[in-house]
Design a protein around this ligand. Structure first.
Ligand code: GLA
Length: 401
């Protein structure tokens, strides 16, 4: 039809074909300009695309409002984090078909977390893991902590960092960030010094979530920060994690007593069910009751000490779930990791989507310093003094095969 119109125009008396062609070329050039303008529009649209958004999560008993931040990257990975406890409530990762599904345990609403859950997805502080008999001595002074785990202090006490409201600053970009800050008063839960803690979650382009921890104090104190996400890489939280395959680059682990306090020994994993140097199904050794450590832990609830003692960011552990093909790699600057196989989950908690979290339906890989270090002079120090800065980094990276 265009050709016909063209021929008819040329036949019209008084039309100069050369001039007409010139005008046509001009119109084409202008149109081209418009279309390149269109792609500029697209680019600027992409640049202003929001990769972090905020919504209200709910009200705390004291009336303050907790928020929920949704971070997403270009691949489709989504991580939701509340400033209540710095809690990761949702974390999607791709399977081998590229299908994204939530791979963490948690609650649908703030009320669920307020009812009391075993640290689902939360930030842990001031001291992750146990301190024996809830006490320690530092610079000649004895400190008594809140005991919240039998005779011991666990995960920061009765109201640890998992139960406080953090000040949040979202930073948008291709790799969105949520910066969280909490100032813990001198004496809080029995710990000395005003501790200013900052934790930054960054969702990277390569499907990693980077967690940077930083702290400073005005009095000598002890610090051991971590995150307590429970993973079930199948994406089906009604399933156990016993078929997950774990590898941990550690020649040694810390045997514990019956209250899960390290004995002080660094024991070789060789020839025991604690050897994860080769990728091994969790189910293989978890019920080996001939091993006293499995009896004490009710499964795996121990701290592995990395063979690589460098303080650089290094790959230390992997978890693979064969059915979905999801693979999670853990990198950290920390010297150790608590591998907890969800032994205290007992079917009494209804989680997201009304799913009952039964025994061992989630596993934790908590990067950290050794438990009870404030009482064990042979362990790397967890002391932080005024003028020093506590800095650690942990990355959870997802892929599938
Ligand atoms: C940690 C501990 C476990 C248990 C869980 C929470 O991982 O090592 O013993 O207390 O937290 O239930």
């Amino acid at each position: 039809m265009n050709v016909l119109v063209f021929k008819n125009i040329f036949r019209q008396p008084g039309i100069n074909p050369v001039l007409y062609l010139k005008q046509l070329i001009l119109i084409c050039l202008l149109l081209q300009g418009c279309s390149s303008g269109k792609s500029e529009d697209k680019e600027s649209q992409e640049a202003t695309e929001v990769n972090i958004s905020k919504s209200v999560f709910g009200a705390l008993p004291d009336g303050r409002s907790a928020d929920l931040y949704t971070l997403k990257n270009a691949n489709g990975m989504v991580v939701k984090i509340s400033n209540y406890g710095g809690t990761i409530t949702y974390w999607s990762a791709p399977d081998k078909e590229g299908k994204y599904a939530d791979i963490t345990l948690g609650c649908d609403s703030l009320q669920g977390y307020l009812k009391g859950v075993p640290y689902f997805g939360a930030l842990i502080g001031r001291y992750g893991n146990r301190i024996a008999n809830g006490k320690f001595t530092l610079e000649g002074k004895a400190y008594l902590l809140a005991k919240n785990n039998g005779v011991n202090a666990l995960h920061g006490g009765i109201k640890g960092f998992d139960k406080v409201l953090w000040e949040a600053t979202p930073v948008d970009g291709e790799e969105p960030q949520l910066m969280l800050k909490y100032i813990s008063a001198d004496g809080e839960e029995g710990y000395p010094g005003t501790l200013t803690t900052e934790v930054t979650y960054t969702l990277l382009k390569d499907n990693s979530l980077k967690i940077e921890y930083s702290a400073a104090t005005d009095k000598a104190t002890v610090v051991n920060l971590t995150n307590h996400a429970y993973f079930n890489l199948s994406g089906d939280m009604s399933r156990e994690i016993l078929d997950h395959e774990v590898s941990i680059k550690a020649d040694k682990f810390l045997p514990v007593n019956e209250t899960l306090i390290p004995t002080g020994e660094l024991k070789s994993v060789s020839g025991t069910v604690f050897d994860f140097n080769k990728s091994t199904k969790i189910g293989t050794g978890i019920n080996n009751l001939k091993d006293q450590q499995i009896v004490y832990g009710k499964g795996y609830d121990h701290c592995w000490v990395f063979s690589d003692t460098s303080k650089t960011l290094k790959s230390v552990a992997k978890v693979y779930e064969p059915a979905s093909g999801r693979l999670m790699e853990v990198l950290t600057t920390e010297p150790a990791i608590q591998f907890y196989s969800g032994n205290f989950l007992d079917g009494t908690i209804k989680g997201k989507g009304g799913i009952v979290y039964k025994h061992r339906s989630g596993l934790c890989l908590e990067t950290q310093h050794y438990p009870d270090s404030p009482n064990q002079s042979g362990f790397p120090s967890t002391v932080l003094k005024p003028g020093e800065r506590y800095n650690t980094v942990t990355v959870y990276k997802f892929s599938a095969n």
